[in-house]
Each structure stands twice: as C-alpha cells, then as structure tokens.
Design a protein around this ligand. Structure first.
Ligand code: NAP
Ligand code: HSE
Length: 429
C-alpha cells in the first residue's frame, strides 16, 4: 500500500529553492526508501512566474503569495527559502504555523531576529521549525549540536561561518591583494549578498553564531548582544605580518558561557596558522564544538551554494518525514533562559602592530606603556625602517581587551607611535 506522502510547499525558487526541487526530483526513490514515505512538492511560489528557473515546475501549483502557499490544505511542510527577516518570510512562517504546518527554513536572519517568538508559537501549536541550512550551509551542525551532543554541557562554540569573508581574507593573502581589490572581485563573482555589509560587516555570520549559542547554552536567541566587527579594516599588511608571527586572520565567531554571562563575538581574530581553522581556505566553513564529555569536534564543509544548502534543507525534510520532532533550539522554548550578555573580556594573547618613529628609546617607551597597563610582552619583532617609521609587531601574554585598550589610549602621548596601532585578539583554538 502506498504510504501517505509528505507534501512540500516551497516559497522561494532561487539558488536554494531550485536546489531543493532538483533533489526531490532526482532522488524521489531514495528519499521514499529512506523515510518510508514519498516526498512530493505540491505548490511553489516566487516573485516572478515568468523567470526561467533551470527546473521543471510544471507539475506544481503556483501561488503568487507565500502566505497563501503556507495556508494550502495540500501542504504539510512549508519550506521557506525566500530570505529576509521581516515581511513575506516572517508572515508566511507565522501563517504556516498557525495553519498547522511544520516549517523548514534556511533563513538565519529571520531566526536571529524572531527565533524565540517563532519557536514559542511553533511549540504551542505542536509544530516544528527546522533550520539546518541556516548555519554553515551543508555542514550538519544544528543536528550535531541538538542531537549528537545533547548529553554534553557545551563549553565553547566557534567557527568561520561566512564563506565570502574567508574567501576575501585567503585571496588577499594568496594573491597579495588589498581588501578593496578582492572585495570588488568577490562582488563581480557573485559571492557577496545583495547587501555586502551582511557578509563583510559580520552580520550574516553573527546571525548564525546567535543560533548556535541558543542551542549550545539553552538561552533565548540574542543576536543584538553579539559583539560585532567586520573585516573591512583588515589590511594586507596585517595578513602578512600575522603570517610572519605564525598566525592567520579569520572572521571568527566565538560563543561561551562565562561566570559573567553569555559571551558572543564575531570579530577578526588571529588563529595559529597550523590549526584546522588557520588552514581553512576559500569559501569553506568550519565549526568547532567543545563539550565536557566529547572534547573538541571540528566540522568542515561548504557553507553555501545550491547543492550544499539544499542538502541541509532536505535533511530537515527527511527528519520530519521520519517523525523526528524536536524543540526548535533543542530545549523547549518556554525553558530557554533570557541570557545576560557579557562583554568579551576573557584574557587572551593579543597581536599588536605599531608604526614606530626612529627615535632613541622609542621601544622602551612603548614597553613602559604596556607594562603600566599590565600588558606583558611574549614576543616582539621590529622590521627595518621605511622612511621615518618601522613596523613593530608584538604578541602579548594573556591579557584583557580593557588592558589593551587602556595601553593603546596612552600610546599617542609617548610621541613615538605614528598613526593608530592595530590590536587583534589571538584565539586559542
Ligand atoms: P535567492 O537566490 O535570492 O532566491 C530567493 C527566492 O525567493 C527567489 O526565487 C525570489 O523570487 C523569492 N522571493 C523573494 N521575495 C519573495 C516574496 N516576497 N514572495 C515570494 N517569493 C519571494 O536566495 P537564496 O540564495 O536561494 O537564499 C534563500 C534563503 O536561503 C535565504 O534566507 C538565505 O539567507 C538562505 N541561505 C542561502 C544560502 C546560499 O548559498 N544561497 C546558504 C545558506 C542559507 P524571484 O526568483 O521571482 O525573484
Ligand atoms: N553569504 C553567506 C556566506 C551565504 O558567504 O557564507 C551563506 O550563508
């Protein structure tokens, strides 16, 4: 006897949506065999019906409006692949939940802004929201955290979760090009979001980090409290100099629960060049999870693109088809704690780059300012003078961001430092 199918309504037929359509069409038998039920698409929706979409959509009903699609009686699972954290995506998700549909989405922005309210609504209605594709594309990190590591107290979650930024940083290094040149190159190649600041400003990656932190620490999603700094100020000079000292620069997300509260930051960091994070090239993503029992797990893979992202969406669809039902963020939404945000001030080594005037005693003056701020030097390198100044690189012993900022504020008064010093945290990974 034919099993009851799982009927999908797909809103959004762009890169990810068409990827999902192709998997459903190509692997119909495999999906049915694995889930025990046929997976079918009944209706789809996008903005422009006349667009050529590289897939046969003739067998599906077309809806002009995502909310209407979400409410259709012949849809069991609403698959939201439109994007955006307000408007159509949010309205349609709410409509889907209210009309008794389970939801699969790749929309990290929507969940970062409205995750708690949506999770509460879904759980009250007895529905599930799954979002594997929203974080690190094809890497099954949500499943790993929510299910595989459910028996661990998580200590730290970190990773490179924006492929475009990692592409820019590694391309700057390999080709010796400036940030501005590689940014334009990435834009021309279509690697950047329509609003590139979502990528290079760290916002997209911060959305993802806030979702991982919620699952890892049992807290309500708190995107607004992520400490955020993009890669726009990273120079080729810093990439080269950091390399000389044995490090790579990454846009690194780190979330950890401290005695002071939940620390979440998405900022450029130095990591050891030989570490897995340091070796990550191009648009690839990497997530590092640390649990009290399991120790450290490193997940690596494609963070974006049609195939990898659609693969993650289909993993969620298959879970629903198989009857797996979990709270959105692992812990029931009513039990998620409102987190206290802690500023990232846990001690760490820092990398400092200064341009020092060629004056007697200049180095001693810098060392004194650092010493007075309680910052101890671990390693130092001075390069030859270029005109009137010489670059000086310092790796400190563990210290706090406050102590570094205190020292930097006092450096201009020494009269031996030209311009603004650069200070970047070194993450121990
Ligand atoms: P995309 O290529 O821009 O496609 C978006 C689709 O949504 C288009 O088909 C568009 O219609 C449709 N759409 C937009 N607004 C709509 C509205 N108001 N009503 C109906 N349809 C609407 O985007 P994408 O790259 O596939 O991304 C989709 C989602 O996946 C986003 O949340 C994104 O952040 C997430 N994601 C993407 C990737 C990736 O690699 N692309 C990776 C991870 C997560 P038209 O085609 O008619 O314009
Ligand atoms: N702009 C994102 C990235 C797409 O570069 O990683 C995947 O979320």
């Amino acid at each position: 006897m034919r099993q009851t199918p799982v009927r999908l309504g797909i809103a959004g037929l762009g890169t990810v949506g068409i990827g999902v359509v192709k998997i459903v069409q190509r692997h119909a038998d495999l999906l049915a065999a694995r889930s025990g039920r046929p997976i079918e698409i009944t209706a789809v929706c996008a903005r422009d019906r006349s667009k050529n979409r590289d897939a046969d959509l003739s067998g599906y009903a077309w809806e002009e409006d995502a909310v209407a699609l979400a409410r259709r009686d012949d849809v069991d699972v609403f698959v939201e692949l439109m994007g955006g954290h307000e408007g159509a995506a949010k309205n349609a998700l709410e409509a889907a939940i209210a009309s008794g549909k389970d939801v699969v989405t790749a929309n990290k922005a929507l969940l970062a802004h409205h995750g708690q309210a949506l999770a509460l609504a879904a759980e009250e209605a007895g529905r599930v929201i799954r979002f594997e594709a929203a974080v690190a594309g094809g890497i099954p990190v949500i499943k790993t955290l929510t299910e595989g590591l459910a028996g661990n107290a998580l200590r730290r979650v970190m990773g490179v979760m924006n492929g475009s930024c990692n592409y820019i940083l590694t391309r700057m290094e390999s080709a010796g090009l400036s940030y501005e040149t590689v940014f334009e190159e990435a834009r021309a190649l279509g690697y950047l979001e329509a609003d590139p600041n979502l990528d290079v400003g760290g916002i997209d990656a911060a959305h993802k980090l806030s979702l991982l932190a919620s699952i890892a620490f049992g807290t309500q999603v708190s995107f607004d409290t992520v400490e955020l700094e993009g890669i726009g100020r990273i120079s080729i000079d810093d990439i080269r100099r950091a390399g000389d000292m044995g490090y790579k620069i990454k846009l690194l997300g780190v979330a950890q629960m401290t005695g002071r509260g939940l620390e979440q930051r998405m900022t450029p960091c130095l990591v050891p060049a030989e570490s897995p994070l340091g070796q990550l090239q191009g648009g690839t993503n990497m997530v590092v999870l640390e649990g009290d029992s399991v120790g450290q797990i490193v997940l690596r893979g494609a963070g974006a693109g049609e195939g990898p992202t659609a693969s993650a969406v289909m993993g969620d669809v298959m879970d629903i088809a198989r009857g797996t039902r979990l709270p959105t963020f692992g812990t029931p939404a009513t039990q998620l704690a409102a987190p206290t945000a802690a500023r990232a001030n846990a001690p760490a080594p820092f990398y400092l780059r200064l341009e020092l005037f060629d004056k007697p005693g200049a180095l001693a003056k810098v060392a004194t300012v650092l010493g007075d701020a309680g910052v101890s030097i671990s390693r130092m390198r001075q390069y030859g003078h270029e005109d009137t100044t010489a670059p000086v690189l310092i790796v400190t012993h563990k210290t706090t961001r406050d102590a570094i900022d205190h020292a930097i504020a006092r450096l201009p008064a020494t009269g031996v430092v030209d311009g603004d010093p650069v200070a970047i945290r070194i993450e121990e990974v």
